[in-house]
Design a protein around this ligand. Structure first.
Ligand SMILES: [Zn+2]
Length: 65
């Protein structure tokens, strides 16, 4: 693993939450395009975050009903 990968992965959650500035998110985006290792991690977080959102939505729906 190289240092750029370490850096990207340490920022991945912030990238997901849109907490990074434009330059930083662009850097991650570009890195993900050519680094399969980081892309894998990104996809894992993506799936996980979708799951969390789904369960949150379904539970809030059941409350409103
Ligand atoms: Zn990488």
């Amino acid at each position: 693993m190289n240092t750029e990968c370490e850096y990207i992965q340490s920022r991945m959650h912030e990238y997901f939450d849109d907490e990074l500035d434009y330059e930083m998110s662009l850097r991650i985006k570009k890195h993900l395009e050519h680094c399969s290792e980081c892309r894998e991690i990104y996809e894992k977080i993506s799936k996980l975050s979708n799951l969390i959102k789904q369960s949150f939505n379904s539970s809030s729906e059941s409350i409103s009903l």
